[in-house]
Structure formats: structure tokens, C-alpha cells
Design a protein around this ligand. Structure first.
Ligand SMILES: Cc1cc2nc3c(=O)[nH]c(=O)nc-3n(C[C@H](O)[C@H](O)[C@H](O)COP(=O)(O)OP(=O)(O)OC[C@H]3O[C@@H](n4cnc5c(N)ncnc54)[C@H](O)[C@@H]3O)c2cc1C
Length: 479
């Protein structure tokens, strides 16, 4: 038994995968110390709460309160603003540790919190409203999240057709309809993305806004899902709320830069770490089981069978490949930002993370693919016992399933990588703006002359209607 330093109670020794298989050399001494404190906190607080969260769909606010006690809500906030001033590698480690030892739902809510914090830090240098918020994250347990996904465009979360913003005398009027938002209705603040106030039909013209918890409408009672059940990723509505000018995050039209430089890199790094943590959590649980369970007839433990050893060997090798891949991207982000120095964004054109977007896509694909495979194999290794709820491995398996379907989904990511590798980045066409002449001509070839004429006449009519001068609206009541 070891003694819990938090409240003096005794905790059982850890029986999962030993630290021999952790890449500790990636962490500074201070980060290793933070990790040790966090593991203890997970055992004492986060993990017991995870079970209740999963069973009863409870939002893990209590776990956030525990994380705030270690200053983790302000993990990447500069120390002069009261944060821990930590870097990208540390962010990856913290998310992985929470998912592995504590609660995967909390790890995902925390991933979204860090994404929102990063989006705020990106444009906080000349914005006192954002600075005030960032300075009180831990003291007030002020949970943030990202609200992007649109009901009309599914996992193309960068395409908010149902949302808009207008300029008013008081500032901005924001309309947002989101189909999914982690922590919806529970977060204290939201970074939401809409088309820009002076939008003219170009969907790449996006802007971000800071919206507070009392300004949104959410429907948490509708949330019920296979896994990450504490995550509460429900619908969200901002219904024409008027906010002051200072609550636009960055300049008007900054949404694309914010996505490429911050939201995508942070989400892809931290969510990959969440999937890696879940895979490790499943390995930990399974190791504990197979090293204890005995078969009296043959005098062996389950762990003594070479088949089971092979399961573990492959799961550890694949998971550590994904971890090293993710941590390597964290290191790259540290390298290009002078160890996560936010002051470099005082230059609004500084976008050092963006150049590597196609690498972040790859880590998420690999980690989300791996977690499903590893959880499945670890359940097999535990036999029927793994199928039962009390072992917790089935929860990890369900939680890990979210990896593949969370946007950018793995279908989209492998498309992006394969397509850009073969045809170039310019063909990705996020906002459906460029014409695929090859497809167009191929389809036209199939039309007979009469069909071609009909199509040409229809197109001409559409063109004439579009080019006609806008007529004055008819008076009310006119026929
Ligand atoms: C647990 C969880 C938490 C989430 N939290 C948030 C959050 O905090 N904030 C937020 O903004 N969103 C969040 N989301 C939403 C997420 O990012 C996606 O938008 C959502 O999962 C898409 O679901 P959908 O049913 O609309 O899928 P659809 O987009 O309808 O996808 C259906 C299928 O079509 C495939 N597909 C779609 N487009 C393409 C394409 N171009 N090429 C090939 N295949 C394609 C998909 O991969 C999938 O297989 C969350 C989702 C989950 C599951």
C-alpha cells in the first residue's frame, strides 16, 4: 500500500504497465513531478468519478475542480498571468495522463478546454477581456470549450452555414447553431465560430467570438451516447446575443488563421493524446487482470500464455508508436513557438504551427485507429471477465470508439492526406470553391445533344436571373 498525499488515505499500488514503457525522457523534471501529482489525483478523485459519470451521464465538473487545484486549467497560460506557463509536450502529457489514469470523458472536456484557452491566448495580447478571463481560470474553475460543428455540414466543422454575426452599434450580434459542443450547457465560456459580420458568400471568411455560459441555450438532457458519456457533447445555440466589440477573438475574418494555427493543432495533438491514454488505460487494466488470474488445471496465469504475451507486445508497440508520433508533434510545436511563447503572436501574421497541419492530421488518424484495436485486443486478453462492467475495460473500449468519428473524422483525414499527397494541397477545397473540371467534363460527355441544350438553357437562365438588377421590394399587401 502507498499513502495518498492528498487526504492521508491508503491507495492500492499501481498494477498496470510499468514506467519502463513510458517515454519519460521527453518530460522536464518539473513536468515529471506534475505528472506524478496528477496520477495521484486521478487515483483518488478522477477515476472514481469516471465510473459514476459513465453510468449516470454526469458532467465531470468535480474533476475539473480537482484539476484546478493543481493549476491545470491555466496549464498553458503564461506565468505572468498566473498560469503554469507550460508547453505543448506538457499539454499532451496531461491529457494522456487524465485519460489513462483518471477519466477519458474529463480528458476530452479538458482537450476542448485547452483548445479554447489556446484560441483565446492566440489573440489576447491586445484584448483585456480575454486577459481577465485567462487570469481567473483556476481560481474560478472557469471551463472553456470550442463550439464549431454545424448541424447542416456534419463533420465539416469549418463550414458554419447555420451561423452568422452582424455588426451593431453595441458591438456584435451573434447567431450560432451547433450540433455538437463538448461541455455544452456546463462550460463557463465558449469560443464559437461563425461567418464574419461582413460575410458576402465566401465561407472561408470566418470569425471567432467569446460567449459566456449564461448567453447560450443547451440541451444536456438529450445527451446519451455509446462512450465518453460524461463529455456531454450536445447541441448549442447562441440566439442573436449582442456582445461588446472586445468579445470578437482576433480581428474580423481571423477564423481560418485561428483554425489552422490553433484550434486544429491543439485539438489534434490533445485528442490524439486522449486516444493514446485510453489505449494505455486498457493495457493497464488488462495487465492487472492477466497477471492475477490463474488456471488451476495447467498451473498457469493467463499472462503465461504466449498468445496473451503477443497481444500485449503488439498493443504496447503500436501504442508507443502513436505516443512518440504525438509527442514528436508536441516537440515540433514547442520548437517553432520558442517553447509555447504566446508573445510571438503580438505579430498578427505569425502562424508558425500552421505549416505542419498535415502532420497533425496523421497523428490523430493513427491514435484513433490504434485505440479501437488495442481496446478490442485487451478485452480479448481478459476473456469473458473483460466483457463485464466491473473491470472497466468495456468503458475504455466504448470511450475509445469516439476517436474515429470525432471531426475531423478518420475518413476525412486519410482523404486529406492521400489527396494532398497525390494531387497537392490546393485541391483539398475546404469551402467548396474550386471546380473539378475533370469530373465536370466527364459528366458532360454523358449528355446527348438535347440534354446538353436543355442544361445550357437552364444555366443561361440562371445567369440572367443572377445578373438582373435587384428590383425594389413590393409594398406590403401588393399582389
Ligand atoms: C464525443 C464527441 C464530442 C464532440 N465534441 C465536439 C466539440 O466540442 N465541438 C465541436 O464543434 N464538435 C464536436 N463534435 C462533433 C464532431 O467534431 C463531428 O462534427 C461530428 O462527430 C460529426 O458527426 P455527424 O453525424 O454529423 O457525421 P457526418 O459528417 O454526417 O459523417 C458521416 C460519415 O461521412 C463521412 N464523411 C463526412 N465527410 C466526408 C468527406 N468529405 N469525405 C469522406 N467521408 C466523409 C464521415 O467520416 C462519417 O463516416 C464531437 C463529436 C463527438 C462524437
Amino acid at each position: 500500500m502507498s499513502t495518498d498525499s492528498l487526504n492521508g488515505t491508503a491507495t492500492l499500488p499501481f498494477e498496470g504497465l510499468s514506467a519502463d514503457y513510458d517515454p519519460q525522457w521527453l518530460l522536464s523534471p518539473a513536468q515529471q513531478q506534475l505528472q506524478a501529482q496528477l496520477i495521484e489525483l486521478c487515483a483518488q478523485v478522477l477515476r472514481p468519478n469516471a465510473i459514476a459519470s459513465d453510468r449516470n451521464l454526469i458532467y465531470p465538473r468535480a474533476n475539473f475542480e480537482a484539476l484546478a487545484s493543481l493549476g491545470l486549467l491555466g496549464l498553458i497560460v503564461p506565468s505572468e498571468w498566473g498560469g503554469l506557463g507550460e508547453n505543448h509536450v506538457c499539454a499532451a502529457m496531461v491529457v494522456e495522463t487524465i485519460a489513462r489514469h483518471g477519466c477519458p470523458s474529463t480528458a476530452m472536456c479538458y482537450t476542448m478546454h485547452l483548445g479554447a484557452v489556446a484560441a483565446a491566448l492566440f489573440r489576447a495580447h491586445d484584448n483585456p477581456e480575454l486577459q481577465t478571463l485567462l487570469k481567473r481560470l483556476d481560481a474560478d474553475v472557469a471551463i472553456g470549450t470550442l463550439s464549431y460543428s454545424d448541424p447542416e455540414t456534419g463533420s465539416h466543422f469549418w463550414y458554419p452555414v447555420s451561423s452568422q454575426a452582424k455588426q451593431t452599434d453595441q458591438g456584435w450580434q451573434v447567431f450560432k447553431r451547433a450540433s455538437w459542443t463538448t461541455s455544452a450547457g456546463f462550460a463557463d465560456w465558449y469560443i464559437v465560430q461563425t461567418t464574419s459580420p461582413h460575410f458576402d458568400g465566401d465561407y472561408s471568411d470566418l470569425s471567432c467570438f467569446l460567449i459566456y455560459g449564461d448567453e447560450v441555450k443547451a440541451e444536456p438532457h438529450k445527451w446519451d451516447a455509446l462512450g465518453l458519456r460524461g463529455n456531454q457533447s450536445g447541441t448549442l445555440q447562441v440566439d442573436g446575443v449582442t456582445i461588446p466589440t472586445c468579445r470578437m477573438v482576433g480581428p474580423e475574418g481571423d477564423g481560418t488563421a485561428s483554425n489552422d494555427e490553433i484550434v486544429d493543432p491543439f485539438f489534434l495533438l490533445c485528442s490524439s493524446s486522449c486516444w493514446n491514454g485510453i489505449a494505455l488505460g486498457a493495457i493497464d487494466i488488462a495487465k492487472k487482470h492477466v497477471t492475477r488470474k490463474k488456471h488451476v488445471d495447467v498451473g498457469m496465469r493467463v499472462a503465461d500464455y504466449p498468445t496473451i504475451q503477443d497481444y500485449f507486445g503488439e498493443a504496447i508497440i503500436d501504442t508507443n508508436a502513436c505516443r512518440m508520433y504525438s509527442f514528436s508533434m508536441g516537440q515540433l510545436m514547442d520548437q517553432v513557438t520558442d517553447n509555447c511563447d504566446w508573445s510571438l503572436h503580438g505579430d498578427i501574421a505569425a502562424l508558425p504551427r500552421s505549416a505542419h497541419l498535415h502532420w497533425y492530421w496523421q497523428i490523430k488518424f493513427a491514435a484513433a485507429k490504434n485505440v479501437a484495436q488495442v481496446c478490442d485486443k485487451m478485452l480479448h486478453a481478459c476473456g469473458g471477465s473483460g466483457f463485464k462492467k466491473d473491470m472497466e475495460i468495456e468503458r475504455y473500449l466504448r470511450d475509445g470508439k469516439a476517436g474515429w468519428v470525432m471531426g475531423p473524422t478518420n475518413e476525412i483525414l486519410r482523404q486529406f492526406v492521400g489527396k494532398s499527397a497525390l494531387l497537392g494541397f490546393e485541391v483539398l477545397d475546404y469551402w467548396n470553391q474550386s471546380v473539378n473540371e475533370r469530373v465536370l467534363h466527364n459528366e458532360l460527355k454523358k449528355l446527348d445533344p438535347a440534354d446538353k441544350r436543355q442544361l445550357a438553357e437552364r444555366l443561361l437562365a440562371e445567369l440572367e436571373a443572377a445578373e438582373a438588377p435587384v428590383s425594389r421590394p413590393l409594398a406590403v399587401g401588393a399582389a
